[in-house]
Design a binder for this molecule. Structure first.
Ligand code: RTP
Ligand code: MG
Length: 139
């Protein structure tokens, strides 16, 4: 089934000017970038986005990192886009990420791990709606 997933190219990627290199890996894997926008997340936006992690010890650091510099928010489309993008991203900790994955290629650490991708189709819908209007997604 054709699905849409939500992606963020994180501040460590915009800072190093490697968003194009990451997009090349995304497109090479067959995911289509059907919406994309550069944005500097506010504290409130980042806190809401990562609400599920509010009780985790790294929450404060995560919100600080995600608001430090701009990010690129995206909608990616493909057959089975949610699982496909998780595979292309690689493990959260780049030390555990498979060869050829975005995190293996580009991540600096578990915190500065270059990309976010939705972990379920339900969350993809919720996350896309936080950043994009329907008419701004062109499949
Ligand atoms: P994401 O949500 O960003 O796509 O990454 P994920 O599913 O692989 O990882 P998740 O468990 O949802 O954690 C969200 C983000 O929090 C940061 N993190 N830091 N210091 C730590 O132990 C730690 N653990 C997670 C990472 O940036 C992770 O992507
Ligand atoms: Mg996650």
């Amino acid at each position: 089934m054709t699905e849409r997933t939500f992606s963020i190219l994180k501040p460590d990627a915009t800072r190093r000017n490697i968003t194009g290199k990451i997009n090349a890996v995304i497109e090479e894997a067959g995911l289509r970038i059907v919406a994309q926008r550069r944005v500097h997340l506010t504290d409130a936006q980042a806190k809401k986005f990562y609400e599920v992690h509010a009780e985790r010890p790294f929450y404060g650091e995560l919100v600080a990192q995600m608001t430090a510099e701009p990010v690129v928010v995206q909608v990616l489309e493909a057959e089975g886009a949610v699982a496909k993008y998780r595979e292309v991203m690689g493990a959260t900790n780049p030390d555990n990420a498979a060869e050829g994955t975005i995190r293996k290629l580009f991540a600096l650490s578990i915190g500065e791990n270059s990309v976010h991708g939705s972990d379920s189709l339900e969350n993809a819908g919720i996350e896309i709606a936080q950043f994009f209007k329907d008419e701004d997604i062109v499949g």
